[in-house]
Ligand binder design. Structure first.
Ligand SMILES: *Cc1c(COP(=O)(O)O)cnc(C)c1O
Length: 373
């Protein structure tokens, strides 16, 4: 019997690319080449000049096409990633009281931001067991419904739909979903994300697609006299975004990688193409897990199993941490589960950049490792 640390997976079983992390996630080689090809003309130049501002415009226009946005929707962006956007939302998207669907680490974090904001009323939090998702309830006392399209910590996706007869805004954390899951823009007012997941770029930026109602809310709250730190001021972000800029200096490489990815998705057929890639990967992963005698999908309801981040429970006699460690030693990276979930589980990203064939190879690698333990 070989020592677990020395299991060498045969080369023909290995994926072409071993990056399966949920973020930062696989960056396609073509994105990197396109950035390198800019040579001395892009990196190291002013973000207030045309070269960079045109790239930002390309991102904003490209997202407009990708999501087929109705008239009046605008793409805002700023520095600080999704976590920063939650704080900004407590100042300039929530008027008084929000409703939060919480079903894992990320959805809970925004609820906590709202709870702790001294200028807001207590949020209404609707939770469900990890591995499931709750459903929004129409409530006239809330002015914003906070949803999460894909809960990255548990691998649960939920459909984005406005609660019936709701007058409040629908704000969706789509950090890991955007680009990898289908969505109908008429069902949201704010669809926000960061580029280090389906968009195969780096972290540190937030992007928010806003409906006319969300923009009106930003303008109303910004002129309401509510004290707001400039960094979290969405009116400042709106004004800068309209000029294809950010309030302070952005990471230019992040913007370039992001623009390349959006261009790739649009060129290949748009959201139907990119979401289709993730759906195909998910089909491969869950079909393998269901047929396996040592693995099973963690999410019980097949409709709630995420197409972009899969969570696979392993039998008690197969140590997931050891499997992930052996995979890592073979160059197959970041299959460890979300720390705080504390399950004997593998978590596998299936963002559009990840080749469905590589997901099939990963399944074969896991079979090989378990078979040789
Ligand atoms: C990754 C992630 C976040 C955090 O994004 P940051 O850009 O690191 O702040 C928030 N929500 C979801 C659903 C995520 O997947």
């Amino acid at each position: 019997m070989s020592s677990p640390d020395t299991i060498t997976i045969p080369a023909h079983l290995l994926p072409t690319d071993g990056r399966f992390g949920a973020g930062p996630s696989k960056v396609r080689a073509e994105q990197l080449s396109a950035l390198v090809a800019t040579g001395t003309t892009y990196l190291g130049t002013s973000h207030r000049q045309a070269t960079v501002r045109d790239k930002v415009a390309e991102v904003r226009d490209g997202l407009n096409s990708l999501f087929n946005l109705p008239d009046g929707y605008e793409v805002l962006l700023g520095n600080g990633g999704t976590t920063c956007f939650w704080d900004a939302a407590t100042f300039h998207l929530i008027s008084q009281r929000s409703q939060h669907l919480t079903f894992g680490e990320f959805s809970s974090k925004f609820a906590t931001c709202a709870k702790e904001a001294p200028h807001l009323g207590d949020p209404r939090v609707i939770s469900s067991e990890v591995g499931t998702h709750p459903v929004a309830v129409s409530d006239d006392s809330v002015d914003l419904y906070a949803m999460t399209h894909n809960e990255t910590s548990t691998g649960v996706m939920m459909p984005i739909e406005r609660p019936a007869d709701a007058s409040g805004l629908v704000a969706v954390d789509a950090t890991s979903a955007a680009g990898g899951l289908l969505v109908n823009p008429s069902q949201f007012d704010c669809y926000y994300f960061a580029p280090q997941k389906s968009f195969s770029s780096d972290g540190g930026l937030w992007i928010a697609i806003c409906s006319p109602a969300a923009i009106e809310r930003i303008e109303t709250l910004a002129s309401s006299g509510r004290w707001t730190p400039a960094f979290f001021d969405l009116k400042i972000a709106l004004d800068n975004s309209r000029l294809n800029q950010t309030y302070n200096t952005p990471a230019l490489a992040t913007i370039h990688l992001l623009a390349s990815q959006i261009q790739w998705m649009n060129y290949q057929g748009g959201l139907k193409f990119s979401a289709g890639r993730s759906a195909r990967s998910a089909e491969i992963l869950y079909t393998w897990a269901e047929a396996s005698d040592f693995a099973a999908p963690f999410v019980a309801n097949p409709r709630e199993r995420s197409n972009v981040v899969g969570t696979i429970d392993l039998h008690d006699d197969v140590d997931a941490a050891l499997i992930a460690k052996i995979l890592r030693a073979n160059g197959v990276l970041d299959t460890e589960p979300y720390r705080k979930l504390g399950r004997n589980q593998l978590r596998i990203a299936m963002f559009p950049s990840i080749d469905p064939e590589d997901v099939a190879s990963l399944c074969a690698c896991i079979n090989y490792v378990v078979g040789n333990l």
